[in-house]
Design a protein around this ligand. Structure first.
Ligand code: 5GP
Length: 124
């Protein structure tokens, strides 16, 4: 289960950013890295993460600079276009906290695509 205290450098995505763990890179710029999810839930399942130390969307939108926030959301759109998903469509998801069932405590946006994705939420 995610930790929602201060950012911790030992999370999996921090290790990927430091090159300590491998990833299948899809996109990278000064502020952002995108890579394939290790356990894809759709034919295309990419994770987009900021390079800065932000636990979740809550943390990011409170503390990140306008430049980081702008770069992050521009990159999400750019990656989706690079994956040729703009026309067939895609879904974005960012889990935060316990109810959101966030597993990795470094902000990430999931990009899902490559098939019709079905209803937005599973009924509890
Ligand atoms: P969350 O539930 O936190 O929104 O999603 C975490 C995502 O990270 C999951 O979809 C999971 O498959 C993915 N993931 C976990 N560990 C790794 C890893 O080591 N490499 C990659 N590429 N994805 C991972």
């Amino acid at each position: 289960m995610a930790k929602f205290g201060p950012y911790e450098d030992d999370n999996i995505f921090a290790k990927i950013l430091r090159g300590e763990l491998p990833c299948e890179k899809v996109y990278e710029d000064q502020h952002v890295l995108a890579f394939n999810d290790i356990n894809p839930q759709a034919p295309i399942h990419v994770l987009v993460i900021p390079k800065g130390p932000y636990v979740s969307m809550d943390d990011f939108t409170e503390k990140a600079s306008d430049e980081e926030i702008g770069a992050f959301f521009r990159a999400v759109g750019k990656v989706a276009r690079q994956l040729e998903l703009a026309e067939p469509g895609y879904r974005l998801l960012a889990n935060h906290g316990t109810d959101g069932m966030q597993e990795v405590p470094h902000l990430h946006i999931h990009i899902f695509g490559g098939r019709k994705l079905g209803p937005m939420l599973k009924t509890a």
